[in-house]
Write a protein that binds this ligand. Structure first.
Ligand code: KG4
Ligand code: ZN
Length: 351
């Protein structure tokens, strides 16, 4: 056993013996946000500091991986330092580190993983690699500490759209999901075609407020089947075709396209999560990921959940998009039951 391994053995025993007071540092760098958070116990977020790279990538209409990793390198130390300052803590107060190590942009993931390893080694504390999707799901605990498995969770982000069944704190299975684009990716692509800035989801939501969601029919027969599989590429093509046709006819209204497309994506997501509730008879549904900060999605799910007798949970909006608090929460749960990661931990682009 190396000296690091023997040191962290004791620290881990203390961590597990004192689950409500341990301080976990979360680090998230899987895409274009450099985020650090300090968590006490299971759900008390002491501080969170996030540097968004949106401005850096906006002129390219999407994330440029090499620019993203370089910016993470520049920002990791300031972001972690700021999170510590906001929480009134010193590095020595940290008991464990949780870091996203999959899935995501490989270069971006590596910056966070290496930073976490260096810090864990120098402080002599355990660290754990966390799955980003699992982190998104666990964000629900930050806003609803009393939520307990089993529950269903729709993860809708820029890279993923899945319906998961959470069986226990550290175990979930994917029941279904998209066969092509992720929901956020589809929203971003149509927003871009409408000339809106990256990332398009929130801009589309704002524009859609003035639009008529019934102006265009972007329904997908695939999404209406009695299955948990989803597809967004068909409705995306339908939207592009409708935009071209409207432009030629001269009756193009950006707000109507935005409202109709957003509603079509949201209705598909809502129907699949409700269907999962019916199929599994699990009476609790939750949402996670950047798209779950969408007001219309939250409202429709709340209404549908009530109509179907299901309890509905949704994280605070700041814990829907990529953030380190969810990674700290997820990492702490894993560390309670599993070995910490070795210093040889790698990063993986896919899960
Ligand atoms: O979870 P996230 O921050 O990063 C990934 O892991 O992908 O999700 C980003 C996605 C983007 O596609 C963005 O357009 C979408 O979430 N998004 C939204 C909203 N806020 C962010 N989509 C719809 N409505 C929103 N308010
Ligand atoms: Zn994410």
């Amino acid at each position: 056993m190396s000296s690091y391994e023997s040191i962290i053995k004791n620290r881990l025993e203390r961590y597990r013996a004192n689950p409500d007071n341990t301080i976990t540092l979360g680090i998230e760098t899987s895409c274009d946000d450099t985020s650090a958070a300090l968590l006490r116990g299971k759900t008390e977020v002491l501080s969170m500091c996030t540097n968004s790279q949106i401005k850096l990538h906006q002129e390219f209409g999407g994330v440029v991986p090499e620019l993203a990793s370089r910016d993470h390198v520049r920002n990791l130390y300031p972001v972690v330092s700021e999170a510590l300052k906001m929480a009134g803590l010193k590095p020595e107060d940290i008991d464990a580190i949780a870091v996203t190590n999959r899935p995501g942009l490989l270069g971006s993931l590596l910056t966070g993983v290496n930073f976490a390893k260096g810090m864990a080694y120098s402080l002599g504390i355990p660290f754990i690699g966390v799955n980003h999707i699992y982190g998104h799901i666990m964000a629900n605990y930050l806003s609803a500490p009393d939520l307990t498995p089993p529950f269903l969770c729709l993860i809708a982000s820029g890279g993923h759209t899945q319906v998961a069944q959470v069986n226990s704190n550290c175990n979930y299975e994917i029941l279904g999901g998209t066969c092509d684009d992720a929901a956020g990716e589809a929203l971003d692509k149509i927003a871009r075609a409408l000339g809106l800035p990256y990332p398009g989801g929130p801009h589309l939501e704002r524009i859609a407020e003035d639009g008529n969601e019934h102006a265009y029919n972007f329904r997908s027969q695939f999404n209406e089947r009695n299955s948990l599989e989803l597809s967004f590429s068909g409705i995306k093509t339908a939207a592009i075709n409708a935009m071209n046709a409207s432009e030629i006819k001269g009756d193009f209204r950006i707000a109507d396209v935005a409202a109709s497309f957003q509603s079509s994506v949201i209705n598909a997501l809502v129907s699949k999560l409700i269907l999962a509730g019916e199929m599994t008879r699990i009476p609790k549904i939750a949402i996670a990921g950047g798209v779950s900060s969408n007001g219309l999605l939250r409202k429709r799910l709340e209404d549908e959940a009530r109509a179907h007798g299901l309890d509905f949970y949704c994280p605070d909006k700041k814990y829907c998009t990529d953030n380190a608090a969810m990674i700290a929460c997820a990492g702490r749960l894993v560390l309670m039951e599993n070995d910490p990661s070795p210093l040889s931990l790698d990063a993986y682009a896919v899960d």
